[in-house]
Design a binder for this molecule. Structure first.
Ligand code: ZN
Length: 265
């Protein structure tokens, strides 16, 4: 019991640190800046943030959301991403236990969070992230197939080989979003189609199906609510990437339970 609490706390802190890094990537990558240097600084006054003011989650609270040097507001997003990733990592440990599947799912979650943030703030899904992620997903599935390991919750469809699950899932994800993009101009972009293919590679078949349908359902409902309450007009583009990213994560966590539930009932 105590050990579990300690592990949960450890993963919470690890998640907070990773969330802090995710913020850096989401800030700098779309601007074409280096992720490694320079060290953290205030975007207003360029003041170099000392380590004591750079503690995930807590520093934002100490500093009451303002730069110590110039008083400029620190974006609230930094705080929420750190706290959200911390909670997510504690959840991942609790859900998967300490094994290599946890590492893979945690990695993909970070990737999806970065894409979610960048699409939300800049309306793009950068190839700089999506292409290497596609290659990683193919390589890890191929290695798993060669060395005989397959994640229990990611791709478990009766096919013997993870790479086959992944290839079918990726193709279905690609086609499912390519078709609406061909018929309705202006809806889905190439970025969304490539992300759907990546999600299919990650979740495999058949989990790609609930992932894409959950994204379309949640995206459609959100768009309808935003239009209904006139928070957005028809001309505003509502990015679809965040819905794909969230649906992919939910499917990784609960997709297999959902499919087993469907089969049993
Ligand atoms: Zn400042």
């Amino acid at each position: 019991m105590l050990m579990t609490a300690l592990w949960l706390a450890l993963f919470f802190l690890l998640g907070a640190a990773v969330g802090s890094f995710i913020n850096v990537v989401a800030d700098r990558l779309p601007a074409g800046k280096s992720i490694i240097s320079p060290p953290s600084h205030c975007s207003e006054c360029q003041y170099k943030i000392p380590a004591s003011d750079n503690i995930p989650i807590f520093s934002y609270l100490w500093l009451r959301g303002h730069c110590r040097n110039c008083g400029a507001a620190i974006p609230l997003r930094l705080f929420w991403v750190e706290l959200g990733t911390a909670i997510l990592f504690a959840f991942l440990f609790w859900h998967y236990g300490l094994n290599w599947e946890l590492a893979i799912v945690a990695f993909y979650c970070c990737l999806f969070i970065v894409l979610l943030l960048i699409d939300l703030e800049h309306n793009i899904l950068p190839n700089k992230i999506v292409y290497p992620a596609v290659i990683f997903a193919i390589v890890i599935a191929a290695l798993g197939s060669i060395f005989g390991f397959e994640p229990r919750d990611i791709a478990d469809t009766g096919f013997r080989l993870w790479i086959v699950d992944a290839a079918i899932g990726g193709s279905i994800g690609f086609v499912l979003l390519l078709l609406p993009a061909l018929f309705y101009r202006g809806g889905m972009g190439w970025g969304d189609i490539k992300l759907a293919a990546l999600i299919g590679l990650v979740t495999g078949f058949p989990l790609v199906l609930p992932a894409i349908f959950l994204a379309i359902l949640s995206g459609g409902l959100t768009a309808a609510i935003l239009l209904l309450f006139k928070l957005k007009s028809r001309k505003d583009a509502i990015p679809f990437g965040p819905f794909l990213a969230l649906a992919a994560m939910a499917t990784l966590f609960w997709g297999n339970d959902f499919i087993n539930f469907l089969i049993r009932s």
